[in-house]
Design a protein around this ligand. Structure first.
Ligand code: IPD
Length: 261
């Protein structure tokens, strides 16, 4: 059940994060650019994803797998693992410690529109912080229970990200300008899973970003909802490519209204 999946996610995220940290210490080269200059992959991304895949295949052979760096593998159990081996790859490649291993277990069809996230682990190896949750069990940083902040309006510490496609940058910047009426200050830290984990922890009041992939938000979104927050997309749609918004229950509608204006 979901609590067991959480344990599996936590154990594997720790082991995968330790590998990422070791590879980082040995030096990292960009292996390839993908869609654009900012969309990169390193050998470590692939190696860490392979480790996660192998570990999951050993304990959960009938589950599906959806990861950033390899072909999706449908399962037969109704459970799919949605994995970003190194979220924040640009930071990782540049030696900035803001990167994370993100692992979620979801049930139902493996798309954000329909899946139900059941368990999540987001591990930040550089500072050894492990955020985890299972559905109905609350969100945790280690053994500390997390709650989203209660900021409702102006004075929010917001975070965002910029899509890898330069064609979207004008829109991203226009949204930032609109959102600043709510903001005390704004962060673009470079790892969506950690942005979401920080909203869960009340370290950020709100987060918004266009263009996320399923593995960027699957685990972090469950952390936010289990910490009493709300995650969504544009009105009536799921979080994901069009828009991902995360905040406490009072700030969320304010953000969504402004983002949609
Ligand atoms: C990226 C990071 C970044 C966000 C991008 C993501 P990756 O993930 O989360 O903060 O702005 O949208 O794609 O490519 O480093 O795994």
């Amino acid at each position: 059940d979901a609590a067991q999946w959480e344990e599996i996610a936590v154990d594997i995220a720790r082991e995968a994060g330790a590998l990422a940290r070791r590879r980082r210490a040995e030096g990292v080269a960009v292996a390839a650019t993908k869609s654009t200059l900012a969309d990169i992959v390193t050998d470590a991304d692939r190696e860490v994803e392979q480790l996660i895949r192998d570990r999951l295949a050993a304990v959960r052979p009938d589950d599906g797998f959806l990861g950033e760096e390899s072909d999706p593998q449908p399962g037969t159990s109704g459970v799919t693992w949605v994995v970003d081996p190194i979220d924040g790859t640009v930071n990782y490649a540049y030696g900035i410690p803001q990167y994370a291993v993100s692992i979620a277990a979801v049930t139902g069809e493996a798309t954000p529109e329909t899946w139900a996230a059941q368990a999540a682990a987001v591990y930040s190896p550089a500072v050894d912080e492990l955020f985890h949750a299972h559905r109905g069990g609350g969100a945790w940083l280690g053994d500390q229970r997390l709650r989203v902040s209660t900021v409702t309006d102006a004075g929010a510490l917001l975070a965002t990200g910029f899509g890898y496609d330069p064609a979207t940058h004008d829109g991203d910047l226009a949204r930032v300008r609109r959102m600043m009426v709510l903001a005390r200050d704004l962060r673009r830290a470079g790892a969506a899973s950690l942005d979401l984990a920080y909203v869960a922890a009340g370290r950020l009041d709100g987060y918004f970003e266009r263009g996320l992939k399923p593995w960027d938000h699957a685990a972090g979104a469950l952390l936010v909802t289990e910490a009493g927050g709300v995650v969504g997309g544009r009105p009536g749609s799921a979080p994901g490519a069009e828009m991902t918004i995360a905040a406490g229950p009072e700030l969320f509608p304010r953000m969504r209204e402004l983002l949609d204006a």
